[in-house]
Design a protein around this ligand. Structure first.
Ligand code: CA
Length: 147
């Protein structure tokens, strides 16, 4: 499936609502990035650069989580910032990625992403419960690159 086709199949408002919903329970910040492919570099390295570019290393508690999606490659990375990596066990995100992979195989893109956001939110809530003075530090919009 081509990237544009993938994008038109995505229900972006529902995904943004899912991020809002997850962030109501946690002080953490969740972002979703979509691009067609990763060429000439490790996907994790590209995801790290995206994390940086989106200003995700600048949250106060270093508790941003990025779901990075290469739509045509059908590959995913979930990156947590320092504050999260210090607290969570190794392999923390693997189960979410495994489920997302199955969802994408079934062309359940929106539902898969929403499920991943929900699961990430649940995990985050455990380590970073929402505070009364919570600030929405990062946009909830999906970051889309066409290449
Ligand atoms: Ca946010």
């Amino acid at each position: 499936m081509k990237h544009q086709e993938f994008l038109s199949a995505l229900d972006q408002p529902r995904i943004v609502s899912a991020i809002e919903g997850a962030e109501k329970r946690t002080a953490g910040e969740i972002r979703v990035h979509v691009q067609p492919k990763v060429v000439g570099a490790e996907i994790r390295t590209v995801a790290e650069k995206t994390f940086e570019r989106l200003g995700m290393t600048k949250t106060a508690a270093r508790n941003g989580v990025l779901l990075f999606i290469a739509s045509e490659d059908r590959r995913f990375v979930i990156l947590g910032d320092k504050g999260i990596d210090e607290k969570v066990p190794a392999g923390f995100w693997d189960e979410i990625i495994a489920k997302l992979t199955i969802r994408f195989k079934n062309s359940e893109f929106t539902d898969g992403i929403i499920e991943a956001i929900g699961a990430a939110g649940e995990h985050l809530e455990r380590y970073f419960p929402r505070q009364a003075d919570d600030v929405d530090e990062l946009s909830n919009a999906i970051d889309v690159s066409d290449e």
